[in-house]
Design a protein around this ligand. Structure first.
Ligand SMILES: [Zn+2]
Length: 681
């Protein structure tokens, strides 16, 4: 599962952005003129105009399913993290110290010989416990005991877990002064219900490959009747998938805001011994649980009551092995990659072990690694300057709100209140998570992975007893991405994303505002879009718009849905304009606010000092530079909330200054008549 998770990172940045030079070293502080393809008219295909020469000469590395500026920045962050963890592994820091934990985690993951020698011994206890499930109560307890905080409904919008259910702990949508658990659907090995249910030869092929993968994993573990078990496991997952909500339904908070009293679960979702499950999951102290996917919870509970226990044991056995493939003997990792990496994402070759180990360490000890990362790689001066840019772009948003003619005065006041209280985190959190309760044992890669996830789960459970922290971070500093957290009314911009070409102190304002400025604008826009309008300044789930405001917004967004639905990445597949709506609005609005802030920042400067409109838009187009393999592109079109990069670059067609900058004329492919250009804010 690790392979798929890496390829599918899906928060707001979601693999966007492009570089004018290899990230970090030797950046030119300007747009990349050599990447432009002058044979393409900007008005016909802006993505290929700005990136065409780069696209022609760039091959996706064999161990990747995609490549582009985000990948380049991730490489940079990974190299730096590698330096840190290697130094920690080689050093002799005191037992129990931060550095020692990082070093021991990494060294254990790298010690493939020890992993090989231990064979299946580390997972034996789990498999024995699963084999001992003899009644409904034991099944429920086992499911509960295996739950982890591994999904995120609103911040990172990660709806996938191969555990039977997903747990997320965050502010109560209806009372943001307290934290509550959220229960999400789960239990699938493949990325989404569509993979189980959508007809067609392609999906039939993937389903057959997944059944073979299940059988292969069981055979590797010397489990008898692997093919028979694989068929039954697959069939159970297919039935779980039938109960699942679609990806589009999953982002509809109104459908998801279902607070169920804990004692009501048995009545509302019969089939599972919920008391046993909650006790084992340590959720039995929460009086209320918000059920994000009610029909899936009901459906899954019914399957727990109706599918034979033997099938559940087979299913739990497969997933226990499958999710830990990376820290079991090499044959398991290779088989997991063959399916999740090669077949599902189209990646020809597996990442080198050290890269996997760096990422695993960085996941398991997120802020522990992050603390060291920012000490070494993120200067305080950068933080101060970026805070100023954030202030300028917020001011641009504020002016755009003032200028809106369609929004009711009361709605405007609410929007401005939200903007005023928006909490913007730059680089890293104000307070660091304390890892002293986590034990990392050198030579026990499997146990370390288990303990790190259990530690994170305990940390999340601990939030049930604490006041919500609006300064909480949902990305580590070494992550290349950015986030809007609607209930916290807060943004995260991790240090690793604040690097050239996104953030380059020496670049002209035009280039800078189009790069990091558009990202900042994108994230701010989420506070006011179809999702953000449902959360007030305190994070309460309440609509602060009048019906007229909503009608106008829907009209504007319907145009954007149609604009994106018309894009056809493949002859048989179009972009899902509804699924990607929030992100597309954020792109258009973020770019617009960044443009305003850039113009305002010019003062009396000349083009030579501040850059011109052409370099602004080219800089933006180049930040989307990316290539993807077809398998991954198709997977993302079906499941991801973001449109593919090339269409995100083309969002420039909604801004009037783009037309004058490139003399775009009617009849050109991207030309929109002025009334069809979408302006939400
Ligand atoms: Zn976003």
């Amino acid at each position: 599962m690790i392979v798929a998770a890496v390829a599918l990172s899906s928060s707001c940045g979601g693999d966007r952005r492009a570089a004018s030079a290899p990230a970090g070293a030797g950046a030119s502080h300007d747009v990349d003129r050599a990447a432009i393809d002058p044979s393409v008219a900007p008005g016909d295909d802006f993505f290929r105009y700005t990136n065409g020469a780069w696209l022609k000469k760039t091959e996706i590395p064999a161990d990747r399913s995609s490549y582009g500026v985000w990948a380049q920045l991730r490489d940079l962050a990974q190299q730096r993290t590698h330096e840190l963890v290697e130094a920690a592994a080689a050093g002799s820091a005191a037992a129990g110290s931060d550095e020692r934990k990082i070093g021991d985690y990494y060294a254990s993951y790298m010690d493939e010989r020890a992993i090989e020698e231990r064979g299946l011994a580390p997972i034996r206890d789990q498999l024995t416990a699963i084999a001992a499930i003899a009644d409904a109560r034991a099944l429920a307890a086992r499911i509960g005991d295996s739950l982890r905080a591994d999904v995120d409904a609103l911040n990172n919008t990660n709806f996938h877990t191969d555990r039977v259910l997903g747990v997320w702990i965050a502010e109560d949508l209806n009372d943001p002064s307290r934290n509550v658990p959220f229960l999400l659907q789960g239990g699938l090995g493949m990325p989404d219900r569509d993979y189980y249910l959508q007809p067609g030869a392609r999906m039939d092929g993937l389903r057959a490959a997944y059944r073979s993968h299940i059988a292969a994993m069981l055979k590797l573990a010397s489990i008898a009747d692997a093919d028979g078990k694989a068929a039954r496991v697959f069939d159970l997952e297919k039935r779980i998938a039938q109960a699942h909500a679609t990806r589009t339904e999953s982002v509809d908070v109104a459908k998801a805001n279902n607070p169920w009293p804990r004692d009501d679960f048995g009545r509302r979702a019969p089939g599972l011994d919920w008391a046993a499950l909650f006790r084992a999951a340590r959720l039995d102290r929460a009086p209320t649980i918000i059920v994000w996917h009610p029909s899936a919870i009901v459906g899954t509970a019914a399957l727990a009551g109706s599918v034979p226990l033997a099938t559940w044991r087979e299913y739990l056995t497969f997933h226990a092995i499958d999710r830990r493939a990376a820290v079991l003997p090499k044959a398991f990792g290779d088989e997991a990659f063959a399916f999740y990496g090669k077949t599902l994402a189209g990646t020809p070759a597996q990442q080198e072990r050290w890269k996997q180990a760096v990422d695993a360490t960085s996941d398991a000890l997120g802020e522990e690694v992050g603390k060291q990362y920012v000490q070494k790689f993120f200067p305080a001066s950068a933080k101060a300057q970026l805070q100023q840019m954030v202030a300028n772009i917020s001011a641009a948003f504020d002016r755009r709100l003032d200028a809106l003619t369609w929004m009711a005065p009361k709605t405007k006041a609410n929007a401005k209140a939200k903007l005023r209280t928006l909490r913007v985190g730059i680089g890293y959190p104000d307070a660091w998570l304390d890892f002293s309760a986590l034990s990392i044992v050198r030579g026990d890669a499997f146990g370390n992975a288990e303990r790190a996830e259990a530690f994170e789960y305990a940390h999340q459970l601990g939030k049930l007893d604490a006041r919500p922290d609006r300064g909480e971070w949902w990305l580590t500093p070494q992550t290349v991405n950015a986030l809007n957290m609607p209930v916290q009314n807060a943004l995260n911009f991790p240090a690793a994303a604040l690097e050239p070409p996104f953030y380059d102190e020496a670049a002209s304002p035009a280039v800078r505002y189009a790069a990091i400025g558009a990202i900042i604008g994108h994230e701010i826009s989420h506070s006011f879009d179809d999702q953000g309008s449902q959360f007030d300044a305190d994070g309460r789930f309440t609509n602060w718009w009048t019906p007229e405001d909503l009608a106008h917004f829907k009209e504007a967004s319907a145009k954007l849905v149609a604009q994106y639905n018309a894009y056809m990445p493949f002859p048989d597949l179009h972009v899902n304009g509804q699924l990607t709506l929030s992100e597309n609005i954020a792109d258009v609005a973020g770019l617009s606010a960044a443009y305003d802030a850039y113009r305002a920042s010019r003062g009396s400067q000349s083009d030579a000092q501040s850059g011109d409109d052409r370099s602004f838009f080219v800089s933006y187009g180049q930040t989307w530079r990316a290539k993807r393999r077809e398998e991954l592109a198709r997977q993302l079109v079906l499941t991801n909330g973001h449109a593919l990069e090339e269409y995100r670059a083309d969002s420039v067609r909604n801004l009037d200054p783009w037309y004058s900058a490139f003399d775009v004329k009617p009849g050109q492919r991207l030309f929109l008549a002025p009334p069809d250009r979408v302006r939400v804010w």
